[in-house]
Design a protein around this ligand. Structure first.
Ligand code: CS2
Length: 488
C-alpha cells in the first residue's frame, strides 16, 4: 500500500507529533528536492508540534517528479536517518501541498501571493539563482533570468517569480514575505537580496527600494548530508514502514541550521528542532562552506578519478583520508575564532560524518556544478591563505583534481559529463591543449572564476601544474599517495 498519511505506521516509525490537517500553510518552498525534505521540512515538522500554521507548499520550478511522487501521498514521506549506531525512519507531515510550476502555475502564483504565506524559502542549488558573482546583480546570460527580464509578467525563475509576487502583494496591500535562502552560498540572504533588487531595478523600478528596505532576507547556514534517493532508498523505506513511498529520502542523523533571526511576519519554532538563531551567520557559513564543502569538493574530484564511488570509500583510502584531514585543517586556519566552536573538533566530526558507511553519497554527485561551487569552497579560502602567508598546497591539490576532472574522461578512458552549467566552456579549456601548464593556464583564466590575486599568482599556477602533471602522468591514486607522503 502507498504511504498517504500518518496512520498505520509501526511503533518503530515516528509520525508527526501534531495533527497535520489542523495546521495551515505558511511557507512556500521553491526547490522541492531531497535536501529540502531532509532538512527544512524535517525541522518544520518538529516545529509544528509546538504549534502554528506553518505547513509548507513545496514547489519545483522545473522537474514534475517531486510533485508526482508527493501528490498521491498527500505530501507525506519517509525520512531515513542513518548513523553509525543504526538507522531509523520517521514520516514527515510538514509538506501540505506539492506543485510543479509548469503544470500548476496558477496554484504556485496563488500560494506566493496568499496573505497566509509569510516565508518563501529556497533550495534551488547554487546555479539556480542566476547571480553574477562579479556584480552581485543578475547574470543576463542565465536562461531563466534572460526569460524573465524579457517577460517579467510571466516569470519562470527565482528572481522573476519573487519580484512578481512581492509586487502583486504590495498592490493588494499584503505584507511581503520573508525570503529564506537555504543554499550553500556565502552570505546567502544578502546575495539573494542583491539579485532581487537588481532584477526589480530592470523590470519594476518602483519595487527596488521597497525590496531593499521592506523585505527581510535572513542569511542561513544549512547542513545535512543528503544523497540523492535511489531505488534502494525506496526499498528500505518500504521495509521499515510497511508502505510504498516514492518520495522517501535518506540522510544522516546530524543536522545543523544557523539562522539570522529576522522574521518580521513570524516563523516556526525551528529552535525546537535544534536550529540556532544568531545575529551574524557569516562565520558559521564560512566555516561550513570552507571546511565541509571545500573538503567535499576536493575529495569528490580526487576520489571520483581514483575510482571511489562514495564518500565513505574515500575515507577508507588512508592517503586520501589524510588529505581530507589536511584540507580541513588548512580551511580552519583561514577562519577567525568563533565563540563556542572548537574548529579541530568540528574537523574531526566532519571526518567521522564523511566516513559514515551507511550513507551512500556519490562522489559524482558532489562533483557536479564545480564552477558554481569553487569560489566559496576553495577560492575564497585560498585567497585568504595567500594573504596570510599560509601554504597553498592543499588548494593547489584540490584545484588540480578539479582540472583533471574537467578533462571529462576516467583513467580507463571512459567519457563522463561534467554536469556543470559552464560544461562546454570548461571542457574546451581542459581538453584543448595537451601541455599541462597550458591546461592550467586556460582553466585559471576562465572568465569570472578566480579572483585576480589567485589568477595572477605564478606560485599557485606552478603548484597546480606540478600536481596536475602528477595526476596525468602516474594516475590519481599515485598522485594521492605522493601528496600524502609529503605530510609530516
Ligand atoms: C555537497 C553538499 O553536493 C555537494 O556539493 O558538498 O550538498 C553537502 O553534502 C551539504 O552541503 C551538506 O550539508
Amino acid at each position: 500500500m502507498r504511504l498517504a498519511g500518518p496512520d498505520g505506521l509501526p511503533d518503530t516509525v515516528a509520525g508527526p507529533g501534531y495533527t497535520p490537517a489542523d495546521h495551515g500553510t505558511g511557507i512556500v518552498h521553491l526547490g522541492l528536492g531531497a535536501f529540502h525534505k531532509a532538512h527544512q521540512a524535517a525541522a518544520t515538522d518538529t516545529a509544528l508540534a509546538a504549534g502554528g500554521d506553518w505547513r509548507i507548499c513545496g514547489v519545483s520550478l522545473r522537474s514534475p517528479e517531486p510533485a508526482a511522487q508527493l501528490g498521491p501521498q498527500n505530501g507525506f514521506f519517509t525520512l531515513i536517518e542513518r548513523s553509525a549506531e543504526g538507522s531509523r525512519a520517521r514520516v514527515i507531515g510538514a509538506i501540505g501541498q506539492a506543485l510543479c510550476l509548469g503544470p500548476d502555475r496558477a496554484g504556485v502564483l496563488a500560494a506566493l501571493t496568499a496573505p497566509a504565506t509569510r516565508i518563501v524559502s529556497l533550495t534551488v542549488t547554487e546555479k539556480g539563482y542566476g547571480i553574477s558573482r562579479a556584480t552581485g546583480g543578475v547574470d543576463e546570460g542565465h536562461p531563466a533570468i534572460a526569460h524573465d527580464l524579457a517577460t517579467p509578467e510571466a516569470p519562470i525563475g527565482v528572481a522573476g517569480l519573487l519580484v512578481w509576487a512581492l509586487k502583486a502583494r504590495r498592490a493588494a496591500g499584503v505584507s511581503p514575505f520573508t525570503v529564506l535562502c537555504c543554499d550553500n552560498l556565502p552570505e546567502n540572504g544578502r546575495l539573494l537580496r542583491g539579485l532581487l533588487v537588481d532584477f526589480a531595478r530592470r523590470t519594476a523600478p518602483e519595487m527596488a527600494g521597497f525590496i531593499a528596505g521592506e523585505v527581510a532576507f535572513p542569511s542561513t547556514m544549512v547542513d545535512r548530508i543528503t544523497p540523492a534517493a535511489t531505488p534502494e532508498t525506496l526499498a528500505a523505506a518500504e521495509e521499515m514502514t510497511g508502505f510504498r513511498d516514492e518520495a522517501a529520502v535518506e540522510t544522516e542523523a546530524f543536522s545543523q541550521w544557523v539562522i539570522e533571526d529576522r522574521f518580521p511576519t513570524g516563523r516556526p519554532a525551528w529552535e525546537a528542532a535544534g536550529a540556532m538563531f544568531v545575529a551574524d551567520v557569516k562565520p558559521y557559513e564560512e566555516m561550513k562552506l570552507r571546511m565541509l564543502n571545500g573538503a567535499h569538493s576536493m575529495l569528490a574530484y580526487a576520489g571520483f578519478l581514483a575510482g571511489h564511488r562514495h564518500v565513505s570509500d574515500v575515507m577508507q583510502d588512508a592517503p586520501l583520508a589524510a588529505l581530507v584531514r589536511r584540507h580541513l585543517a588548512a580551511a580552519a586556519a583561514t577562519l577567525p575564532p568563533l565563540e563556542g566552536v572548537d574548529l579541530a573538533a568540528y574537523a574531526e566530526a566532519l571526518a567521522a560524518r564523511f566516513a559514515n558507511p551507511h550513507l551512500k553519497h556519490a562522489t559524482y554527485q558532489i562533483a557536479m556544478d564545480g564552477t558554481e561551487k569553487l569560489p566559496q569552497r576553495l577560492l575564497a579560502p585560498a585567497a585568504d591563505a595567500l594573504a596570510a602567508g599560509q601554504p597553498l598546497g592543499p588548494y593547489a591539490f584540490a584545484l588540480a583534481a578539479w582540472m583533471r576532472y574537467a578533462m571529462g574522461t576516467t583513467e580507463a578512458g571512459e567519457a563522463y559529463a561534467l554536469r556543470d552549467p559552464r560544461e562546454a566552456e570548461v571542457q574546451a579549456r581542459a581538453t584543448g591543449a595537451s601541455d599541462t601548464a597550458e591546461i592550467v593556464e586556460r582553466l585559471m583564466a576562465l572568465p569570472g572564476l578566480m579572483p585576480p590575486v589567485l589568477r595572477n599568482n605564478a606560485g599557485l599556477r606552478r603548484e597546480i601544474t606540478a600536481r596536475l602533471a602528477a595526476m596525468r602522468d602516474g594516475g590519481m591514486a599515485a598522485a594521492i599517495r605522493a601528496e600524502a607522503a609529503g605530510l609530516a
